[in-house]
Design a binder for this molecule. Structure first.
Ligand SMILES: C[S@@+](CC[C@H](N)C(=O)[O-])C[C@H]1O[C@@H](n2cnc3c(N)ncnc32)[C@H](O)[C@@H]1O
Length: 244
């Protein structure tokens, strides 16, 4: 080893995903920034097949709902065995439209920890008793219904992994993104300077960094006010020193 070389001793951030479709992973996470970080072992991904914990002739993971109704429910005994046997680490999260909305603040908290274990539902979802028994955190990606938790897990992990140290080259670019300061981001422009008869805003060509910063902040405030009144009212309630 060259004297003075810094050796990376941090254990990789670990994602464990419980799913009946392990072949869906790493999927999009095997590409680009997340994929390169996976290769470098900045983070590690284990997709664990829930079906491997099912017993009985048919290795069923689901059964009919008590009380009747359409669809099937994932069995608590099988999901429990998968949780106990998967060797996962970090908070245990079930992805569900019934959960608390996922946001950038939660992504930051997860990135600051050692990893996460995600449960992907299918059918009508997971029997509630196993969620209660393991004090599982329920997290939603938004007010819509996906056909399974896997695309939600891929999305949540994408948001977290890009925040891990060293995954994004220019870390300052993270600090200016949407939600980091409670606002949506300002608009971006690149070459050509005039495209389709549309010019780039003059101020961005001025080289005047302070004026550009002010302009961007006003743009971020405008777009947030119009598109996301919920974020805007939280932002204006902040003490002015905590705003951008
Ligand atoms: C068809 S959905 C079940 C929807 C459930 N019956 C309901 O109405 O809330 C199957 C699985 O997809 C996942 N899923 C669907 N929408 C989601 C969302 N918005 N956020 C996170 N996971 C979601 C969950 O894991 C869920 O168990």
């Amino acid at each position: 080893m060259v004297e003075g070389t810094v050796v990376e001793t941090r254990a990789p951030w670990r994602a464990t995903v419980l799913t009946i479709f392990p072949e869906m992973f790493p999927g999009s996470l095997g590409h680009s920034l997340a994929g390169r970080a996976l290769e470098r072992e900045t983070w590690r991904l284990d997709a664990v097949d829930i079906r491997g914990f099912a017993t009985g002739k048919h290795r069923s993971v689901d059964d009919e709902p008590f009380g009747g109704g359409a669809g099937m429910v994932m069995r608590p005994d099988v999901v429990d065995a998968a949780i106990r046997g998967c060797g996962g680490t970090g908070p245990l999260i079930y992805l569900t439209p019934r959960g608390r909305l996922f946001d950038q603040a939660r992504a930051r908290e997860l990135a600051a920890g050692g990893g996460v274990t995600l449960i992907c539902g299918r059918f009508e979802g997971v029997d509630s008793r196993v969620l209660e028994a393991h004090a599982v955190e329920e997290v939603s990606l938004g007010d819509f219904v996906l056909s399974g938790g896997e695309p939600a897990a891929l999305t949540l992990l994408d948001a977290v992994v890009r925040l891990l140290p060293g995954v994004i080259g220019k870390e300052e670019s993270l600090a200016e993104e949407s939600f980091e300061w409670g606002l949506l981001e300002y608009p971006h422009y690149t070459r050509p300077q005039i495209w389709d008869g549309r010019a780039v805003p003059e101020i961005l060509l001025s080289g005047h960094h302070e004026k550009i910063r002010d302009w961007r902040r006003r743009q971020a405030e405008e777009v947030t006010k119009h598109r996301r009144p919920d974020l805007w009212s939280r932002y204006v309630a902040l003490p002015s020193k905590n705003r951008t």
